[in-house]
Design a protein around this ligand. Structure first.
Ligand SMILES: Cc1cc2nc3c(=O)[nH]c(=O)nc-3n(C[C@H](O)[C@H](O)[C@H](O)COP(=O)(O)O)c2cc1C
Length: 189
């Protein structure tokens, strides 16, 4: 068996202990374990963004998050939708890693976006807001059919996200991201 070729940062937009988004992220990481290692961000530990705090030394949770983004080959964001938008905690974390503009840890990083919701709309409105934020930070949202998981509560069994069709669909998005990382590596070689 060959070692996983990619190292990814998983970011859940939910702080809830049994959050569906976190379960989706865990399922995806498990399904891709032969190709990618994952580490996970703790965005709940990150303080509210305050430009006065954006100086040396950065708050420790911010420095940690930025280091995680720097060392990963790409990010997988799995998020709920709050009031038709991106959860504030997730936006806050992305703001912290988006600076300095044109030189941030996010610059040129591929980002796969997955949203889910108990509603059939699957968090699609949040999906577009996350995409805009990622683009603003000069990261590269993976161009793949939107991975939007509706009725997510019905796809959790014993706390695990267990919908094979959704996982297979998300894995196609991951494969697209791996292709992008490979292309980037060939360019750098
Ligand atoms: C403040 C708040 C706002 C919400 N707004 C939406 C919404 O706009 N669209 C939606 O599909 N679900 C909405 N929901 C329901 C969430 O999709 C649901 O609570 C979901 O389980 C949260 O994701 P999680 O399980 O990953 O924590 C909202 C929930 C909360 C707490």
């Amino acid at each position: 068996m060959t070692a996983p070729a990619y190292h990814l940062l998983g970011v859940s937009g939910s702080l809830r202990a049994n959050g569906f988004s976190t379960a989706v992220l865990a399922a995806l990481a498990g399904a891709a374990a032969d190709r990618a290692t994952f580490e996970f961000a703790d965005i709940g530990a990150v303080p509210h963004f305050n430009q006065d705090l954006y100086r040396d030394p950065l708050p420790e949770p911010v420095a940690h998050l930025r280091a995680q983004v720097e060392r990963c080959d790409g990010l997988v964001i799995a998020s709920p939708e709050y009031n038709h938008g991106v959860p504030g905690t997730l936006k806050n974390a992305l703001d912290w890693v988006s600076r300095p503009h044109n030189g941030s840890p996010l610059k040129d990083k591929p980002v796969l976006i997955v949203t889910s919701s108990p509603a059939f709309t699957g968090g699609v409105r949040a999906q577009y807001q996350i995409r805009e934020t990622v683009v603003s930070a000069l990261a590269r949202p993976v161009n793949t059919p939107e991975i939007v998981i509706g009725l997510v509560h019905s796809k959790i069994v014993d706390g695990r996200f267990s919908d094979a069709a959704s996982i297979a669909f998300a894995l196609e998005g991951l494969a697209t991201m791996f292709g992008e990382i490979d292309r980037e590596r060939r360019t750098e070689a």
